[in-house]
Design a protein around this ligand. Structure first.
Ligand code: G6P
Length: 605
């Protein structure tokens, strides 16, 4: 989820591209670059900030009035000068910038290399420039159209060629792209903030469309090559609203980005029908012979680790141990060369997680990192890495990175099951493919109700409890952490069966209890725990899945999430709890994106 800008007109492109890129800096990036046509391609790239890119141009900018630019958030290949966009073809005449993931890039690359193309980066993007070169026969737009028929995955692309000094080609497929309309000039951007200082009129490209943009006009084609009328829109957002795509906070935007984040996590790893492809990231030799697994993490990532541990216990015969990284570091741990240590961290920079990972490594464990940040310390020091591909997460409270971690752990559990037992449960993986649409339906059907409950009930209380059993317990822990960290309300998660061993004393009339009931084999037990709460006039908000069951004796409010495989339920039930925390925090006037006393990445012990 990188940033794209483009320009074609009469002004000097380079300063305009840099200006647009600066407006995308808030999204986070690890490298940046531009290409300007005048008359050859001039490419400037840096593994660093836009300011570093600007410094490269102090000697004078190329005067061309056609160009593209990019901020990269690494997905394939570490952050480096070579991997920064734009990427060129062999002849150095075609330049491409790309957002998204090309799922079949390895096969394409192999084929193109076999045909003599020479690659210079580790990115998935570079296959596009070589494909355009392959199909080029005098018409750049046609070559791009032919190239995209070969691509699988999600992509927004901007392409220029020194042979076409008045032509900017844009493609949108599952990754946004808008064309800003000027006078005798057009701007291209993946995100509206990059356009706002230039224009408020834009064409929104639809999925599958290809646009041929010159300084005089824009022609838009569908995937079959038929010309279509582009839709115009007036942008009324102010710059701050635009950064958040109109959402009031980054956290709300990121909560809503979860369907897309999960699609990205699955991209290239799960084929139609649930065929699993992980061997490129986690080679078979790497997991061969392991007998025990240690999962280590902090905060939200620790709750993902709890989920992963539960799954591995269910799916494999491996001995599974899960621990907070800050505890693991200073404990006697039984690690040997048959231990797989899985360190989970959104940022890949959390000091305790790094410390725990180094301890396991020194004791001989094989280290697998699950992280969202390519090139992070954790990724660099681990023996194998599984990237979550959730895209940059800006709000301090983790949301989309968490569900992407759960999704990654599901894939991993199936993979380890396949290695230890020769087979895995295809229903689990088939169910995973449905999760993005099911998440989207939760926003449609439940958000208004959760908002009302949060504003009217939760915002006024000082204590809450979150209950669950089995896998639901890990979700309950994540739900309570969200409420504490952004709404500053005391929340306690516990295994529902533990309530009777002390905490029941705190259940008084009106105390809110959020309960999760998605695990069929534990449902009766959970419902009897909830009746204990109801008997003391506690107020139960139940998040459940079973539509046949009558919950009226056990809960005051019932919110049903779509039916999924029980092991996947945590990917859905966490959404209402994230929204609950968010709306409760806004009702209390809290600074949602930057909660007090918390940092996004905790690099101290
Ligand atoms: C901090 C953040 C949390 C995060 C935790 C672990 O406490 O505020 O949102 O879950 O660190 O971060 P990591 O980057 O290792 O997942």
């Amino acid at each position: 989820m990188c940033g794209i800008v483009g320009y074609v007109g009469r002004a000097e492109a380079a300063p305009l591209l840099l200006h647009g890129l600066k407006k995308l800096e808030y999204r986070g990036y690890d490298s940046a670059g531009i290409a300007v046509v005048e008359p050859h391609l001039h490419i400037y790239k840096t593994q660093g900030r836009i300011a570093d890119l600007e410094a490269l141009l102090t000697e004078g900018v190329p005067p061309g009035s056609l160009g593209i630019g990019h901020t990269r958030w690494a997905t394939h290949g570490r952050p480096s000068w070579e991997n920064a966009h734009p990427h060129c073809d062999c002849s150095g005449q075609i330049a491409v910038v790309h957002n998204g993931i090309i799922e079949n890039y390895l096969e394409l690359r192999k084929k193109l290399e076999g045909e003599g193309h020479v690659f210079r980066s580790e990115t998935d993007t570079e296959v596009v420039s070589h494909l355009v070169e392959k199909y080029y026969a005098g018409d750049l737009c046609r070559a791009v159209q032919a190239a995209v028929t070969q691509l699988k995955g999600s992509y927004a692309l901007a392409v220029v060629s020194s042979r076409h000094p008045n032509e900017l080609i844009a493609v949108r497929h599952d990754s946004p792209l808008v064309i800003g309309v000027g006078e005798g000039e057009y701007y291209l951007a993946s995100d509206i903030p990059a356009l706002l200082d230039f224009t408020r009129t834009a064409y929104i490209l639809d999925d599958g469309q290809v646009a041929r943009i010159t300084r005089e006009s824009v022609a838009v084609f569908n995937q079959h090559g038929a010309e279509q009328l582009p839709q115009t829109m007036h942008i009324s957002w102010d710059p701050v609203q635009a950064e958040k795509e109109g959402y009031a906070h980054f956290m709300l935007k990121e909560i809503h980005e979860q369907p897309r984040a999960i699609r990205q996590t699955l991209a290239g790893r799960l084929g139609v029908g649930g065929a699993l492809r992980l061997a490129e990231e986690i080679p078979a030799d790497f997991v061969r012979g392991i007998t025990n697994v240690h999962l280590i993490a902090c905060g939200t990532a620790y709750h993902a680790a709890l989920y992963g541990a539960y799954l591995l216990q269910e799916c494999t015969d491996l001995q599974v141990h899960v621990e907070l990284a800050s505890e693991y570091r200073y404990k006697r741990t039984r690690v040997n060369d048959r231990t797989l240590a899985i360190a989970i961290s959104q940022s890949g920079e959390t000091a305790d997680t790094l410390g725990a990972m180094r301890k396991a490594k020194a004791a001989g464990a094989r280290i697998l990192a699950i992280t969202n940040v390519v090139g992070s310390t954790l990724a660099r020091e681990a023996d194998a890495v599984m990237y979550t591909h959730a895209g940059p997460e800006i709000a301090v409270a983790s949301t989309k990175a968490y569900t992407a971690q759960l999704c990654s752990l599901c894939l991993l559990a199936a993979y380890l099951q396949q290695h230890s037992q020769g087979t895995y449960d295809p229903d689990l993986l088939r169910g995973l493919l449905e999760i993005p649409d099911q998440m989207a339906s939760i926003f449609q059907t439940c958000e208004a109700r959760i908002k009302e409950y949060s504003w009217e009930r939760l915002a006024a209380v000082s204590d809450t409890f979150f209950l669950g059993r089995g896998l639901d317990l890990a979700s309950a822990m994540e739900g309570q952490l969200k409420l504490k960290e952004i709404a500053y309300i005391h929340a306690e998660a516990l295994a529902a069966g533990e309530l009777k061993h002390g905490t029941l004393a705190l259940i008084e009339p009106g105390v809110p209890v959020v309960a999760l009931a998605t695990q069929p084999h534990l449902l009766d037990k959970l419902l009897s725990n909830l009746r204990e709460v109801k008997a003391r006039h506690g107020e139960v908000f139940l998040i459940a899945m079973d539509r046949q069951r009558d919950f009226s004796q056990a809960a005051d409010e019932v919110l049903l999430v779509p039916r999924t495989y029980p092991m996947l339920a945590p990917l859905l039930t966490v959404l209402p709890m994230q929204l609950m925390a968010y709306y409760t925090a806004t009702a209390r006037g809290c600074d949602v994106d930057k909660p007090r006393n918390l940092a996004k990445s905790v690099t101290v012990e």
